[in-house]
Design a binder for this molecule. Structure first.
Ligand code: SF4
Length: 494
């Protein structure tokens, strides 16, 4: 049966909070999160205002404990006095009491269902405060921090993430509270894309239309972090999924905002419809590669591969239709020309355009045709794109948290130092996380972890096992390298 592929946004209900509306026909809102200690009111107000000035419509602050919860009131007052326009969100991971405290002052509260009980009336009490004050609620599921009972039934899977979200959504619905937003974040782009798609299916089955907040967690920094975020977010936006987004970078939060804006503007330009003549055995929630060919960059093309160009403003659907319409199963390389001379912009655009096809296993190679960039830069970006889509691992994978008010050391410079010494270890995943409370869960499938455990002290992990506890950061990287050497996984750079 013939189908038409085009960019079409999913219809979500409108949710409004703090003067911002998302869902329905509202443009996709861009947000970021402070990394100042929330209890430091001055610093948090100043950074919130910088993030808002960079163009964010929504700003989130962590409220992990009582002192941070208590700081939210004065922060809100100061922001109001300064004429702040951004909606303010409190991020709660563990303590329901702090969620209630936050709901009394902020515009939206994010809770992690992995850490909230459903049986003791906590959620109902929170909902009543939100309803009374017109506060929205985000059900923020994270791969790596599911509740034990969900984990035992589903494992750490997209299905488990969906089960966790749906349980909370049903409770909100039975309380007739609908100012709800949902997120299903992961640092693994494939898990993230599948989780959101499964969630949309599950919501549709139950006639729910809550808006979605998109994000790839722990994406890292630089072009690599931007490409990884754009692959995951872009794949879903191309599906029409997503009403607000955050690009998580291990950089100053103000830098996340222009990247988010670039993503939104690039996707908004999509037009053009493409016919697909035949149905195929493609599944949006299972990774079934179309061919068994090696994923390649443009310099590796052989006769075996065919190059498919996209020239319209909607390259994702143009390529998709062209690939699905092919009668053969020859491996396909996606090629597109980019005029820009800024490598970050080229990398983000290519990731947005190509990401969905790579995540879905429909394409086998990438060709970024950017005459203004040098060949080595292009080659490197193509490898990053294949790695971000989890098709080919050519460098150490860093799962680095963006940092927040809980971070216990200078994560930006530490990540740079760790990268400088370990980036040649291409088969390793290293988690670099700011705090021990969320870090170990959220670095999910990392081989090694470098996690802040007290101010300027680090606990080192092998997988989920603690290997060395609370060592000073001045020695921690040497110790990590020693552990990798002892495990026989080290080699010197070439
Ligand atoms: S892991 Fe990083 S971003 Fe997450 S709570 Fe800890 S410090 Fe904050």
């Amino acid at each position: 049966m013939a189908t038409t592929l085009k960019y079409l946004r999913r219809k979500a209900r409108e949710v409004s909070f703090g003067g911002v509306s998302i869902g329905a026909n509202h443009p996709i809102a861009v947000q970021s999160m402070t990394n100042t200690p929330t209890a430091d009111v001055e610093a948090s107000v100043a950074q919130t205002e910088r993030i808002a000035a960079a163009g964010a419509e929504i700003v989130r602050l962590t409220a992990q404990g009582k002192k941070e919860g208590e700081a939210l009131g004065p922060i809100m007052e100061r922001l109001k006095a300064d004429g702040n326009k951004a909606a303010i969100v409190a991020d709660i991971h563990f303590t329901p009491e702090i969620a209630m405290m936050a709901a009394e002052v902020v515009d939206k509260v994010r809770i992690n269902p992995g850490n909230f009980r459903t049986s003791n009336g906590e959620l109902e009490r929170l909902i009543e405060i939100c309803r009374r004050r017109g506060v929205a609620l985000r059900i923020g599921v994270n791969h790596g921090s599911l509740a034990k009972r969900i984990f035992d039934e589903y494992g750490d899977t997209p299905e488990g993430m969906v089960a966790s979200a749906m349980e909370f959504l049903r409770m909100c619905r039975s309380a007739e509270f609908h100012d709800v937003v949902v997120s299903m974040k992961s640092s693994n782009t494939r898990v993230m894309v599948h989780a959101y798609r499964l969630l949309v299916e599950a919501m549709e089955r139950e006639n729910m239309d809550y808006p979605l907040h998109l994000g790839v967690t722990e994406a890292g920094d630089g072009i690599e972090g931007r490409i990884k975020s754009a692959v995951g977010i872009g794949a879903l936006l191309s599906d029409g999924i997503g009403d607000t987004l955050r690009v998580s970078l291990t950089e100053d939060p103000e830098k996340e905002v222009p990247v988010g804006r670039l993503i939104v503007d690039h996707i908004a330009k999509r037009n053009g419809e493409f016919e697909v003549a035949a149905s195929d055995d493609y599944s949006p929630t299972e990774f079934k590669p179309r061919t068994a060919a090696k994923p390649i960059t443009h310099s590796e093309i052989t006769d075996e591969y065919v190059v498919v160009d996209a020239v319209s403003n909607n390259p994702t659907h143009e390529w998709r239709a062209a690939i699905l319409n092919r009668q053969d199963r020859l491996p396909v390389v996606l090629r597109r020309s980019y005029e820009e001379s800024d490598p970050e912009r080229v990398g983000i655009f290519a990731a947005l355009d190509m990401g969905q096809l790579l995540i879905d296993g429909l394409a086998d190679g990438v060709w970024i045709d950017a005459p203004a960039l040098n060949e080595a830069v292009i080659e490197d970006m193509e490898l990053m794109l294949l790695q971000a889509s989890r098709l080919r691992f050519s460098r150490t994978e860093y799962i680095a948290c963006p940092s927040c008010g809980r971070t216990l050391y200078d994560i930006q410079s530490t990540l740079a130092t760790i990268k400088a010494r370990t980036s040649h270890l291409k088969d390793l995943k290293i988690g670099v996380m700011g705090c021990i409370v969320n870090g170990p869960g959220e670095m999910a499938d990392a081989d090694y972890g470098y996690v802040g455990s007290s101010p300027e002290h680090i606990t080192l992990y092998r997988g989920r096992e603690v290997v060395e506890r609370n060592i000073h950061q001045s020695e921690a990287l040497d110790h990590l390298i020693e552990i990798i050497k002892r495990d026989g996984r080290w080699h010197d750079p070439k």
